[in-house]
Design a protein around this ligand. Structure first.
Ligand SMILES: CC(C)(COP(=O)(O)OP(=O)(O)OC[C@H]1O[C@@H](n2cnc3c(N)ncnc32)[C@H](O)[C@@H]1OP(=O)(O)O)[C@@H](O)C(=O)NCCC(=O)NCCS
Length: 146
């Protein structure tokens, strides 16, 4: 069974490990811990049978929100974990009356693009040379709320 809970101090070590498994430029333990002190940050963790399976984070500033992190450990993928996490963010966005949520994704990340498209995100632009290791443009995807 999977529960979505707010990120807390107890999750940080597991999330730092998850970042290393999922990304070529992982967020550090310190970067994750800083978000616990950030009043503009909303981070949620998916716990499957009590273990960290994935997480999502977004920042709300000046009425706009940006997803900064989405990742699920390989053994828990394709079972709806990322969808549950993102739907939690949609609830918050709608609660705040936000007009949209935006994010960046590598154009080569077919899994993530497919996930975001399935949840109503649209491709709205490109940021040149946004990523490193390897260098790549970023696709900007946005989910609008009515
Ligand atoms: C992208 C990622 C977060 C998806 O997590 P997930 O929990 O497996 O996603 P879900 O199970 O909720 O998938 C929902 C839908 O997204 C699409 N999708 C997800 N992974 C996919 C894949 N590998 N290939 C094609 N479509 C995929 C499918 O439409 C899927 O629905 P389905 O399983 O019924 O076909 C996960 O693969 C991951 O952590 N990747 C590495 C980190 C990363 O790239 N993060 C995004 C950075 S922008």
């Amino acid at each position: 069974m999977t529960n979505i809970v707010p990120m807390c101090e107890e999750h940080i070590d597991a999330l730092a490990e998850l970042e290393k498994v999922c990304f070529s430029q992982p967020w550090s333990r310190e970067a994750l811990a800083e978000e616990l002190e950030n009043d503009s940050a909303y981070f949620f963790v998916a716990e499957t049978d009590g273990k960290v399976a994935g997480y999502v984070g977004f920042i709300i500033t000046a009425g706009q929100s940006y997803i900064t992190n989405v990742a699920v450990l390989p053994k828990y993928r394709r079972s709806g974990v990322a969808t549950m996490l993102l739907e939690r963010l949609f609830d918050i966005a709608e609660g705040y009356g936000l007009e949209f949520i935006s994010l960046e994704v590598r154009p080569t990340n077919a899994a993530a693009i497919s996930l975001y498209s399935s949840l109503g995100f649209e491709e709205i632009g490109l940021r040149k040379n946004f990523y490193r290791n390897p260098t790549e443009d970023a696709l900007i995807m946005t989910r609008f709320f009515a």
